[in-house]
Structures are given as C-alpha cells and as structure tokens.
Design a protein around this ligand. Structure first.
Ligand SMILES: NC(=O)c1ccc[n+]([C@@H]2O[C@H](COP(=O)([O-])OP(=O)(O)OC[C@H]3O[C@@H](n4cnc5c(N)ncnc54)[C@H](O)[C@@H]3O)[C@@H](O)[C@H]2O)c1
Length: 251
C-alpha cells in the first residue's frame, strides 16, 4: 500500500470520479475525509470505505464557503491528527448552462467561478497550515482538457478550469520550499452521470473518434494518476499538468 497512514481529503468525493479517487486512495491505505455538499452521498461514500475495512468520515462541505473549508480541515485534524493529501475535485459541471457568452448570465458565471476556482483556492488555503507544520503534503487539483481544446458555450466552466491551472503553478512555487507538491490533472470527457447530463451522445462519439486510444474514458482511467501524484513516487514533481485523456490532446 502506497499511502499507509496518510490522511486525504477528497472534495466532491461522494459521486462520480471523486468517489473513485476516494475509494482508490483508501485502498492504498489512506484515511479519508469526504468533503461533500451532497450530504447523503458523502455519508454513503464514507460508509462504503469503512465497510471495506478502511477509515473514512464525511463532512458536509460547500467548498465555495470559507467557514466550511476551515471546518473540514479542522474535522480532518480532529479525526485523524493531520492532513497529508488534498484532492480538489468538487466542481459544478453537471447541468451548468451551455450557452454562448452573450446569453450567459453574470450570476451563472459567478456561481461556477465560486465553486470551481474559489473553492479550489479556499480548500488549499485551509489545509496548508497543517501541511506546512508537517513539512510535506500533496495537493492534486482537477482541471479539464477543455482548457486546451476550448469548450464552445462553456466559457465559464473552461475559464474556471484554466484558473485552476494558474493557481496550481503559482501555489507550487509558493509551497515547494515547505515540501508540498501541487499538481493538476486535466481529464478528458469521462463517463459519469454528470457528463451524460451535460454533454450530448454525439459529442461523446466525436471525442472518442479524436482520441489515440479510441474508447470512452472511465473514472478508473484517472484514479491511478491521482494515487501516483499523492504518493512518494512523485515527490520531485510539482507545478505540472498531467493530461489524462487517451491521447486526445497531445502537447
Ligand atoms: N466527467 C467529465 O467528463 C470530466 C471531464 C473533465 C474534468 N472533469 C472534472 O472532474 C471532476 C468530477 O467530475 P464528475 O463528472 O465526477 O462530476 P460530478 O458532478 O459527478 O461530481 C462533482 C462532485 O462535486 C460535488 N460538489 C458540487 N458542488 C460542490 C460544492 N460547492 N462543495 C462541495 N462539493 C460539491 C457534487 O456533489 C459531486 O459529488 C470535476 O472537477 C469536473 O469538472 C470531469
């Protein structure tokens, strides 16, 4: 097990890809804090990890709220004594408006930015004191490969995910001297209920056809990269974008 004794917070760990990250980190020996706005899903994720012999708690968290992010960091320290890993996965993606810029409302723009970008910033800020005190830590931010391809009529989403890359790079420079690595994954279109609600079947087919590896992407295709970036195997990697999309975007 590569993460024995580590404490990991996974935001949005109750559903979709985040659940898969949480399950795989637990399988590698990490103790899990599921930070979820969907309370029932968070509780169920923790229950399943505990039932499988792991250790997990769920904390109802809205990552766009500063008090909530400070609260989940406190809960992690109280339950498990510290924080070694943060996976910033929570985002608004399901059911966001898909509209051209002229039709996109300011409140919709702000809502997506508040969760996807401010939430990533607030969670990092909340865990850094504990990581600095240990002199080590791993932060894995989740962006999207739409940053490279452009996602028509999803300007708020794509801009928020581009912001996550900028934040990652800046933070990596800032906290590297404290032994903390910060990296970002850009997943391709991945099979989750959220993706199926937001992206048409035709678009899924077009994306599969554009990949070097011509098949649909599953949450499991991403989980190994998260484990790697949370483990000692990646201790000299920071500030990097890891694109996991079956060879769709080559850069
Ligand atoms: N599925 C894809 O095709 C795809 C592609 C590229 C990137 N991504 C990114 O991967 C991540 C997971 O995507 P997914 O498809 O599993 O989506 P999802 O909607 O299934 O999962 C998002 C999770 O975040 C939680 N969440 C939403 N708002 C929150 C908030 N304010 N505070 C805390 N939790 C909140 C939701 O309850 C949910 O559990 C997201 O960051 C998404 O942008 C997904």
């Amino acid at each position: 097990m590569r993460l024995s004794g580590k404490v990991a917070i996974v935001t949005g760990g109750g559903n979709g890809i985040g659940w898969r990250y949480a399950e795989r980190l637990a399988a590698e020996g990490a103790r899990l804090v599921i930070a979820e706005i969907d309370e029932a899903a968070g509780r169920e994720a923790a229950r399943r990890i505990n039932a499988a012999g792991g250790q997990a708690i769920a904390v109802r968290t809205d990552v766009s709220s500063e008090p909530d992010t400070l609260g989940v960091a406190r809960a992690a320290i109280e339950a498990f004594g510290g924080i070694d890993i943060l996976v910033n996965n929570a985002a608004l993606f399901a059911n966001i408006s898909v509209k051209p810029v002229e039709e996109l409302g300011v409140s919709e723009w702000d809502r997506v930015m508040a969760v996807n970008l401010r939430g990533t910033f607030l969670m990092a800020r909340a865990v850094l004191p504990s990581m600095k005190a240990c002199g080590s830590g791993k932060i894995v931010n989740i962006s999207s490969n739409t940053v490279f391809s452009g996602g028509p009529s999803m300007s708020h989403y794509v801009a928020s995910k581009a912001g996550v890359i900028g934040l990652t790079r800046s933070l990596a420079r800032e906290v590297g001297p404290f032994g903390i690595c910060v990296n970002v994954i850009t997943p391709g279109l991945t099979d989750t209920a959220a993706a199926e609600q937001t992206i048409s079947k035709d678009r899924f087919d077009v994306v599969v056809g554009a990949r070097s590896i011509r098949r649909r992407q599953a949450p499991d295709d991403l989980a190994g990269t998260v484990v790697f970036l949370c483990s000692a195997d990646s201790d000299f990697i920071t500030g990097q974008i890891i694109n996991v999309d079956g060879g769709h975007i080559l850069h």
